[in-house]
Design a protein around this ligand. Structure first.
Ligand code: PRX
Length: 643
């Protein structure tokens, strides 16, 4: 892109040159009826049988593409509207390993198709049937995508667990899904060292139903393989046929389960349906990243999170796009590894998170040595992006020539539902933009009344929602109804985000209104960490809050009460180690404070809000509702003195 964006007032707009070629360039698309818009998108995918009705609603449940029969892998690989024969020999996936000495893997659409089919056949031979759950605990290697697609091919439901999650976190998820087959790897590389993933998997399956483990040989590290339980991927697939009949899936059959943190300690399994999710992934990837024949798309998200599902796998594949997946950290072995990678492959679209952007700013500052000539769209997701990070990203990476699309969505929505469109704009720092065509949102006060511009309130999604919105919480309908459909009635989806809009309707996200914290873009809940800490016998009680962190956005800290005769340092080490062990390094505590008491209401509820205010310097407000107001000043002193 050689032309700078146009600035008008506080926003930028795409250049005439960009607009000319963009898929969506006319704001009239926002006026289309949601059902018509989504139906038009659905028609571009593969269906064994067309739907009878686009949308049906029995609050709090709803269906999209009722009675339609499909398979997401057929929309990628079979002859269809997208023209598979045209893209057969095109590169689907470029895998960049962590080590600069190791060779990348380049896989074409046809090769990917064969690999998916071979593994699908292998899964079948292992006894995996339509509707069975399959656990995937893999790092960022092509086999992660192949495994997901192979499950989808045969109608098995994949449940991916982030590879840096601890064995305990893995176990919790495997137990909930009753998974019998787990796919993992021997190991992977992190900062030059091998992480023994198989060992974690072995620990994680204890006490679960897992009967078989498939192991991808990635790092060739020493692992133990148990006879008649553990099998190498390459042995299983070697002799399999290159074709496996796609399972005929109802649009509402489950495609995957993905766990995410909510307002309580136990993560919830959000469930996605085959038809709606595919349509959401396809249309949002196409229009928000303006995907064209010659694009090279790079989303830095790990496959363990929803962004990795929708935009490091399904979205680009459904559009026949070439995309990059990267095993390592964007800052290793040099802080500009990510910038080198963009230039190495001539990436045209770069999708990352504010936490990464803040790290790039800190470690690199000016990027004048990089031209980034290939880039045309840059994008952010996962947490609010502040003004200076937005401007740095726009100027240093986008060089003032790339549309910057800040995309808002959640694990629950399956795909992006708010953003500015690259060929329409406006791109306004800190504002995520307008609802995607076909989506209706609102901002309500606590009584459910729609708020005017500039007034902060609860962000909600209104019917007909979006095809990728979760269909339930796995095995927990009560939680589904309570979490999302109880605040404003069963016809209004509550996002748990606070937001406001400007006079033009552009939405700015303020943050979560529940106990979810975003640590380096990863979603955690304070309750999960407290549950882990409270398991320690030396700990009587604990409270965890997120405090602002310059790079990670938020970082968790813990307050503990302990009557054990142990030093402060010993207790801090024990608590920190426990969180890492139970959840994983992403949840690492920034600090642990030993206190005598925690602020509580008369009914015994810990007031985390007050603890947060002790850090933000905000007025503490009325403390008369507390049963132990004196605890607050004591904690304030401890925060000041205890390191
Ligand atoms: O608070 C919002 C924030 O991330 C939450 C969803 O987290 P998760 O399910 O992990 O999904 C993240 C990736 C889709 C939201 O409730 N969030 C996500 N994107 C943005 C955001 N906050 C502000 N701006 C965004 N672009």
């Amino acid at each position: 892109m050689s032309v700078k964006l146009v600035k008008k007032g506080d926003s930028y707009f795409p250049s005439a040159e960009f607009k000319k070629k963009a898929w969506l360039k006319d704001a009239s698309v926002y006026k289309e009826s949601p059902l018509k818009f989504w139906e038009k998108q659905a028609k571009k995918l593969f269906w064994f049988k067309k739907w009878r009705k686009v949308f049906s609603h029995q609050p709090p449940y709803f269906k999209w593409f009722v009675n339609g029969k499909t398979n997401i892998t057929s929309s990628i690989f079979e002859e269809n509207a997208l023209g598979f024969s045209r893209i057969k020999n095109k590169v689907a996936l470029i895998w960049e390993p962590e080590s600069l000495e190791e060779k990348p893997r380049i896989i074409t659409y046809y090769e990917l198709f064969k690999k998916v089919n071979r593994f699908a056949n292998a899964l079948k031979k292992m006894g995996v049937k339509k509707g069975d759950k399959v656990g995937i605990y893999l790092p960022m290697i092509p086999e992660a995508m192949i495994a997901m697609l192979a499950c989808a091919r045969i109608g098995a439901i994949h449940a991916v667990v982030f590879s840096a999650f601890s064995p305990t976190a893995l176990k919790l998820r495997l137990q909930d899904t009753q998974t019998k087959v787990l796919i993992t790897a021997d190991g992977y590389f992190r900062k030059g060292k091998v992480i023994n993933l198989k060992q974690n998997a072995d620990k994680g399956i204890k006490g679960t139903n897992v009967k078989k483990i498939v192991v991808v040989e990635r790092a060739k590290n020493q692992i133990s393989m148990k006879k008649n339980r553990d099998y190498f991927w390459h042995d299983l697939t070697e002799k399999e046929s290159d074709f496996c009949q796609p399972a005929i899936m109802d649009a509402e059959d489950l495609l995957f389960i993905l766990y995410t943190s909510g307002s309580t300690g136990r993560p919830k399994g959000t469930v996605q349906a085959c038809g709606g999710y595919a349509v959401q992934a396809y249309a949002t990837a196409k229009y928000i990243f303006d995907l064209k024949e010659d694009d090279i798309f790079w989303s830095t998200a790990d496959v363990g999170w929803v962004t990795g599902h929708t935009y490091s796998c399904y979205g680009p594949l459904l559009n026949g796009t070439t995309f990059i997946i990267f095993e390592g950290l964007p800052s290793w072995p040099q802080p500009d590894r990510w910038a080198q990678t963009i230039e190495k492959y001539g990436a045209t679209i770069f999708y990352t998170a504010p936490t990464a952007i803040r790290m790039f700013i800190k470690t690199l500052g000016s990027l004048s040595r990089y031209k980034f000539d290939s880039l045309r769209i840059i994008s952010s997701v996962g947490e609010p992006i502040d003004d200076s990070s937005w401007n740095w990203f726009f100027k240093e990476v986008g060089k003032g020539k790339c549309s910057l699309v800040d995309t808002w969505w959640q694990t629950e929505t399956g795909g992006i539902i708010m953003t500015s469109l690259p060929g329409i704009g406006p791109f306004k720092p800190c504002f995520t933009g307008l609802p995607f065509p076909g989506v209706k949102v609102d901002i309500l006060n606590d009584k459910g009344k729609s708020l005017p511009p500039d007034k902060e309130g609860n962000l909600v999604i209104l019917p007909p929602f979006n095809p990728g919105l979760l269909r339930g919480v796995y095995k927990n309908p009560k939680k589904y109804a309570q979490t999302y459909w109880s605040q404003f009635g069963p016809k209004v989806y509550f996002t748990s985000d606070t937001a406001y809009k400007d006079k033009k309707g552009l939405i700015r996200i303020v943050g979560r209104s529940d106990d979810v914290i975003k640590v380096a873009g990863h979603r955690l809940t304070t309750g999960e960490l407290e549950d882990a800490i409270n398991q320690l016998k030396n700990i009587t009680e604990s409270a965890v809050i997120g405090i602002p962190d310059k790079i990670k956005g938020e970082a968790p800290i813990a307050f503990i009460i302990s009557h054990a005769k142990k030093s402060l340092t010993a207790l801090q080490a024990e608590v920190s180690a426990q969180v890492r062990k139970e959840i994983g390094p992403i949840a690492s505590l920034k600090n642990v404070y030993l206190v005598a008491d925690l602020p509580k209401t008369r009914s015994g509820k810990i007031m985390r809000r007050i603890l947060r205010k002790l850090f933000s310097g905000e007025d503490l407000g009325d403390l008369s509702t507390l049963a132990n107001a004196e605890s607050v000043e004591a904690i304030r002193k401890i925060i000041k003195t205890q390191k």
